[in-house]
Write a protein that binds this ligand. Sequence first.
Ligand SMILES: [Fe+2]
Length: 204
Amino acid sequence: MSRQLDDSNYSSANVVAVAGLNLALSFENASVERLEKRLSESIVPEVKQKILHHLDQTKKQQERLRERIRVLGTGMSPTTEKGRLPIPEPPHKLKMMIESSSSDNEREVWESLNDLIIERAEAIMYRGGIQALQLLRADKKTIKELEKCLKEEEVFGDWLEKNNPKIAKRLMITQIEEKKQGRKKKMRETVQEEKEEAVSAAAV
Ligand SMILES: [Fe+2]
């Protein structure tokens, strides 16, 4: 691309850049909502802690994106709409089955996979956005801000990728142990009940 872009090319580059920034912002708007939901539902303390930290980062990302949209000044305002997050949507029957039969531990494992998918998708989005802005020779400060967002997405995504399997294993082992304990307790109760019935039958 020629470096001698005239004013109209610069402004059309800004329009494309702002559209991309608004797309990223719509994604982050949806992310805040999901992170808040995960924060209230997650049953793993270290995951909650990481989500809380990333929620704070995501709110700052929203602010940075809004600021760049305003600075580029194309007349487009920062969106308040929420984009659709790329969470895999199972077929309806399967979804119903999973939702109705999953334990809290199993649900945590499902959702931790979705957490990872979302963070990786966000990183892909920022990487593509940075590349596009570089091609458009867009405002350098905007590119720098997107690089900051990308780094944060990568760090959280890396943490999830590394820790999700360990946490899932721990949750599943706990679940198996609890089921075993539950079965043993039930057996003890049944034996006790049979004993009591035998004693009262003998007394008649
Ligand atoms: Fe994120």
